[in-house]
Each structure stands twice: as structure tokens, then as C-alpha cells.
Write a protein that binds this ligand. Structure first.
Ligand code: AMP
Length: 491
């Protein structure tokens, strides 16, 4: 159906035309007319279906039509999203679609200045796109007021639950006026999410698009069985494929992502990592370079990659298979955006075979097994031998990753005395810490996954908090817990 048959205003239609969109996607077709009438909505849809425009376009028209003004420290439409990346992208779309109107758009999420949020919000804003944690901070400090809200959108509710935002969400919703329009989106709708939705929405229109398995059908999927220790060589070989325009590589842990980047650099392949330990400017730079095609390889954890909307991702590599099968579908959905096709290649070590079975059960598809390339072991040995000593990443060199490279005595890594001078007979300086090609151990057999849960290295059951886990001392743990503040860690 064409957009101009859905009852949208000329202003919004002009913004769509500027984007080159004329035909509505199924979710847009099904939700826009009811949303223009002011109905609540329960949408079962994942990113890539066009859901941002589905909720943003009619909301813009309703905000313009109601003609109210945002009160100081308040907003008229609040969009809550689980990650900073998704929040930025929603705000970007909102700014584009609202170009012909006088509506203002603002984002607020962790990793940016609270002071700036406070001053930006002081005069009030029409559309506020926020992550729940930062918004609760602003509410607690009375820098934000939720009373004038006409429209509330909860995006990717299932991810918000997974990330532990439930208390923050409830805290925010308590402050909202009862008379409002509420839109609730989730990629999956298990009983718990449906019950949660029931607390927020009234008599909603229900819209369901693209069951998860269908996205998977558009992506050509392959799996190669390979030992964990050989995965890096296999990746290096596969990345030589000239057909790769942009590749997204998934690992299960943040350290895993950093390791891949470092080892690729050792083989002369440039890449960036994006995960919860990276600062906001680092994430934006990594994503910007990837989008611009300057760095063709982005290594990501599941959570950091949520909502990343980059067109032209030709390949997705699952360097490690996710232990939650839904994540596999989310991952491979990063390629094959907006109807395109893509290639997803998974590396499966022996201990990951049960994950592979779960994935095939969910997608109801058998993934094509591709054997290791001919002469792989010899080539792998050559790659390992020729890999240059793992260089420091650009962030390390520039001292941009303050937290990770802080020395125990509080000095920054760059403050470490005079450089060794071989002419004087000084020994080369040994880098401290574990060898970069070996996993860094954090709490015995466990490593923290992005999002806070635990990854066992020895293949034992996943997700349990280890008994011997020593909490890393960081500023985030030092912060006193406050009521209603679910997640104060940067994501
Ligand atoms: P979303 O599901 O909101 O993340 O959107 C996925 C991608 O599809 C984004 O890049 C949108 O800009 C794009 N998109 C949204 N609506 C349309 C449409 N009607 N036609 C073509 N592309 C669209």
C-alpha cells in the first residue's frame, strides 16, 4: 500500500518522499491508521521491519494536530529504547520525519553528559528518546517531568526486560498521566512480556509482522565446525573474500570482541569493536567508520549490536554461537535489511553444538555445513606464525579507554616512565597482563558477558553466577544502589 493511502499529513509524506519511500511496509500499513485514531498498540516486530516509521509518522501528525506545547523539563512524546544505539537511531529518524514541522527532538542516555541533558530538557522538548536508566536519573534529580506526556512508546520491550530495566520502566510509567496513547513493541511475546504489556496499554490494536523465522529464511546461512583455537585463523582466511563489503562479527563477550580485533590487527586487518565497555564517543566512532565504509569490519556483542541499522552489511559472522537461539535470529537480521539478501557464517566449536541444535529448532531450518577450506591447518599455522605481535588498538594508543588501561596505582598506561632505549642496552618493555591471544580471566572460569550475565569458559551450564566470582571493583559498583535504578552500568 502507498503511504498516501494511510491518512498521513502532507508534511510527513514529503519527508517520506525525501527518503525515497513510497510503499509502506506491512507493519506500517497495519498500524498507522489505528495510531492516527489514537488507539494503543501492541506490536510484535523486530528491527528491520520499518517499525520506527510505523510509530513515528502517525505520532508526529498527532503531536502537530494537538498543538500543545511541552512544559519546562517535560516532553510530549517519550520513546524508551534499551540501548544507546537504538535510541540514537530512533531520534535520527524522528528528526528526519519531523523536518517540516516545528517539533523538537532530544535524546538522553548513559555515557553522555547529564548536565547537557538537564539544560536541553529545561525548556521542554516535543519528542524525547531515552534509555530507562538515564531517564530515571533525571527523574530522581527532578530534572525531568513526565506529566505532559501524550504518547509513550516502549521499544524492544523484551530486550529491556533482559537488561533488567523492569524497575526503571515501572518507575517511569508511574509518573505518566493515565490519559495517554501507549505503543508497546517487542520482537518476541512470551507470557511475561504480554503480562507486562497489559499493565501499560488499554484495549490495544495488535499487530504482528514477520515471524522471526522468516527473516532467517532470507539470509543464506552456513556453519563450519572448527576448534575454538582455530577460529581466528578461519576468520582471517574468510575475510579475504573480496565479496565482503561490510562484515559484522559477533562474539559472546566483550573481551572476546577485543581479542578478535587485536588478533585481526596482528594479521593486518583493520576492525573496530563495539560493546558495553566502550565509551559513547568510541561507540559512535566505531559505528560511524563502519557506516561510512572506512572500516569494513565491526566486531560486536549481542547487546551492543541491538538496533544497529546499517544498510549494506553483506556478511554476518558468528565467531561464537549465541547460547540464546533468538539472538542468532537478531544477529543474522543485521544483514538482509529491508528485503536484501545476506550471508551469515557461523563457527561452531564442539561445545557449541547444543546451541546449534537449538538454533535450528527455532528457525526450523537446517544450516548448511561447509567444511574447513582445503589445507586449512597448514594455512592456520602459517597465519599464527606470521601474525605480528599484537599491537595496541588505536584507543589504547590514544589513551581513550581510560578504564581498561588504568594502571593499578591510578596512573594512566601512558604514564609509565621513559621509553626503553635499545641503544642504551635497555630491555624491551614487557606489556603487563595476559597474552593477547589468551583469554583474560575475570573471576576464575567466568567472564562477564555484555549485559552483566556470565559466560563459562569450560563449557559447563551457562548463565549462572559463579560462587567464586570476585566482583570487579569499578566506579559502577561503588555507586550506592538507589531504589528503582535497575541498570547503572554503561551499556
Ligand atoms: P526499522 O525496523 O525501523 O529499524 O527500519 C528498518 C529500515 O527500513 C530503516 O533503515 C528504515 O529507514 C527502512 N524503512 C522504513 N520504512 C521503509 C519503507 N516504507 N520503505 C523502505 N525502507 C523503509
Amino acid at each position: 500500500m502507498q503511504f498516501n493511502q494511510l491518512g498521513l499529513s502532507q508534511t510527513v509524506l514529503a519527508a517520506l518522499e525525501a527518503k525515497g519511500y513510497s510503499k509502506a511496509t506491512p507493519i506500517q500499513e497495519q498500524s498507522i491508521p489505528s495510531l492516527l485514531e489514537g488507539r494503543d498498540l501492541l506490536g510484535i516486530a523486530q528491527t528491520g521491519t520499518g517499525k520506527t516509521a510505523a510509530f513515528m509518522l502517525p505520532s508526529i501528525d498527532r503531536l502537530v494536530a494537538s498543538g500543545k506545547r511541552a512544559q519546562p523539563r517535560g516532553c510530549r512524546m517519550l520513546v524508551l529504547a534499551p540501548t544507546r544505539e537504538l535510541a540514537s537511531q530512533i531520534a535520527e529518524s524522528a528528526r528526519h520525519y519531523a523536518k517540516g514541522t516545528r517539533l523538537s527532538v532530544m535524546t538522553c542516555f548513559g555515557g553522555t553528559s547529564v548536565h547537557k541533558n538537564k539544560t536541553d530538557l529545561a525548556r521542554g522538548v516535543d519528542i524525547l528518546v531515552a534509555t530507562p536508566g538515564r531517564l530515571v536519573d533525571l527523574l530522581d534529580q527532578c530534572y525531568a517531568i513526565m506529566l505532559g506526556i501524550e504518547i509513550l512508546v516502549l521499544d524492544e520491550a523484551d530486550q529491556m526486560m533482559d537488561l533488567g530495566f523492569i524497575h526503571a520502566l515501572k518507575r517511569i510509567v508511574r509518573e505518566l498521566p493515565a490519559k495517554r496513547q501507549t505503543l508497546f513493541f517487542s520482537a518476541t511475546m512470551p507470557k511475561t512480556i504480554r503480562e507486562l504489556a497489559g499493565q501499560f496499554i488499554k484495549n490495544p490494536v495488535e499487530v504482528k509482522v514477520t515471524p522471526e523465522a522468516t527473516t532467517a529464511e532470507r539470509v543464506e546461512q552456513r556453519v563450519t565446525h572448527v576448534q575454538q583455537a582455530e577460529k581466528q585463523s578461519l576468520l582471517t582466511i574468510m575475510l579475504r573474500d573480496p565479496a565482503i563489503d561490510r562484515a559484522l562479527i559477533f562474539t559472546r563477550t566483550k573481551h572476546g570482541a577485543d581479542r578478535v580485533v587485536k588478533l585481526l590487527a596482528g594479521s593486518g586487518i583493520a576492525s573496530n569493536a563495539i560493546h558495553g565497555n566502550k565509551s559513547q564517543p568510541q561507540r559512535e566512532r566505531a559505528l560511524g567508520e563502519f557506516k561510512a565504509g572506512k572500516v569494513k569490519i565491526l566486531v560486536a556483542t549481542d547487546i551492543a549490536a541491538r538496533g544497529i541499522d546499517v544498510s549494506g552489511v553483506s556478511h554476518v559472522f558468528n565467531f561464537e554461537l549465541p547460547n540464546v537461539p533468538d539472538q542468532y535470529v537478531h544477529r543474522i537480521g543485521r544483514t538482509a535489511r529491508a528485503g536484501a539478501t545476506g550471508l551469515a557464517i557461523s563457527f561452531c566449536a564442539d561445545d557449541e553444538k547444543p546451541y546449534l541444535r537449538d538454533i535450528e529448532k527455532l528457525t526450523r531450518q537446517k544450516i548448511t555445513v561447509v567444511p574447513l577450506p582445503e589445507g586449512f591447518l597448514a594455512e592456520s599455522a602459517r597465519i599464527k606464525a606470521s601474525r605480528s605481535p599484537v599491537p595496541m588498538s588505536r584507543d589504547e594508543q590514544n589513551g581513550r579507554n581510560g578504564r581498561a588501561f588504568q594502571k593499578p596505582n591510578g596512573q594512566h598506561a601512558s604514564q609509565r616512565g621513559p621509553r626503553p632505549n635499545p641503544a642504551r642496552g635497555d630491555q624491551p618493555r614487557r606489556e603487563g597482563g595476559p597474552r593477547a591471544d589468551q583469554p583474560r580471566r575475570e573471576g576464575g572460569n567466568f567472564e562477564r558477558r555484555d549485559g552483566g550475565s556470565f559466560e563459562r569458559r569450560d563449557g559447563a551450564p551457562q548463565g549462572e553466577k559463579p560462587r567464586n566470582y570476585a566482583r570487579p571493583k569499578s566506579k559502577w559498583h561503588a555507586r550506592p544502589a538507589r531504589a528503582g535504578q535497575g541498570g547503572n552500568r554503561p551499556r
